[in-house]
Design a protein around this ligand. Structure first.
Ligand SMILES: [Zn+2]
Length: 326
């Protein structure tokens, strides 16, 4: 099969590699759509993926082969490549479960399994998640990034009626503003310099979109929140310098919370006396939970919103708002 193999030193090459087959308890999925995650971009830009890695984890496809003993899938089933619940007693392995897990040094291990920048992917039978009727393949491929924001919002201390700032309106920021709204935020503000992304945020219902290149985000937010600052800031931009994390900590209200969703990958300066006396909180959020993926797809299937709000064809979100069961 063909796969985009990372060769090291910022080179990706499409080449022939062996097509996987389904062993006992396994399935093979033909990849239909695979989105490009910021993680994959970072792995490429900062050359942290070992040569030979086939990346791609935001995907959907159809089951093309079921192994011995697999009863839950049939050839032709539409699935998201992840989000399934592990069997009872399953003990996860790998560095991610290390109590001293370090994403920078341990996040890209040698010999990782081939993922979805390829024609086929092999998974354990419990790993995929069925795509409900009414959810398109394109939307289903975005269940994983949507779940990242469901996880971030559920980790936050957001409460009904909160005022929220989302920094950055890439796919994660756009989902985050919708999941924060679904979780009870009454005002959702967005800071974003790129015109197409700012427009996407506006069309998805942002109460105000601030351009950090031409406006002072802190001043605007203080103004928009009656002089106190937003209750929660979701940092989905990760600009290392000038540091959007520092800016988030500065903007949030006294005792408020910054949820760090984006990963900067470079040192990011913090000027602590600017904000520490306001006793702000910092919560890091990483990846998602299996339940989060199911929540995204389930919400969409109930017709309550659009999980895959980002329309790749014109770089603008499709109409509709995710109002799922966060
Ligand atoms: Zn991702």
């Amino acid at each position: 099969m063909r796969a985009a193999v990372y060769k090291g030193e910022r080179v990706l090459e499409v080449e022939e590699i062996p097509t996987p087959t389904a062993g006992t308890g396994e399935v093979v999925i033909r990849v239909r759509y695979c989105a490009v995650c910021g993680t994959d971009v970072h792995a490429f830009m900062y050359d942290v993926a070992p040569p030979g890695t086939v990346m791609g984890h935001e995907y959907c496809g159809t089951v093309t082969e079921v192994g011995e003993g697999v009863t839950r899938w049939q050839v032709g089933d539409r699935v998201v490549g992840g989000g399934g619940n592990p069997p009872p007693g399953y003990v996860p392995s790998g560095p991610r479960n290390d109590p001293r897990y370090n994403y920078r040094t341990m996040g890209f291990p040698e010999g990782a399994k081939t993922r979805a920048y390829a024609e086929y992917v092999q998974l354990e039978d419990w790993e995929p998640m069925p795509i409900p009727d009414g959810v398109s393949d394109e939307e289903a491929a975005l269940a994983e990034p949507c779940a990242v924001t469901v996880h971030a919002v559920r980790l936050s201390q957001i409460k009904l009626g909160d005022r929220v700032l989302v920094m950055g309106a890439g796919p994660i920021g756009l989902f985050c503003m919708q999941t924060a709204r679904a979780a009870g935020a009454t005002s959702v503000f967005v800071s974003e310099p790129a015109p197409a992304r700012a427009e996407a945020a506006r069309s998805l219902g942002a109460d105000a979109v601030i351009n950090p290149f031409t406006e002072n985000v802190e001043e605007r937010l203080v103004e928009l929140t009656d002089g106190v600052g937003p209750d929660i800031v979701f940092e989905c931009a990760a600009v290392p310098n000038p540091s959007t994390l520092d800016s988030a900590l500065n903007i949030v209200k006294r005792g408020g919370q910054v949820v760090l969703v984006a990963i900067a990958w470079e040192p990011t300066p913090l000027v602590t006396p600017d904000w520490m006396a306001r006793e702000v909180k910092l919560q890091a959020s990483f990846r998602h939970t299996a339940g989060g993926l199911a929540r995204c797809a389930g919400a969409d299937a109930r017709g309550t919103g659009e999980c895959g709000a980002y329309d790749w064809r014109n770089e603008l979100p499709a109409a509709g708002r995710y109002t799922g069961c966060v």
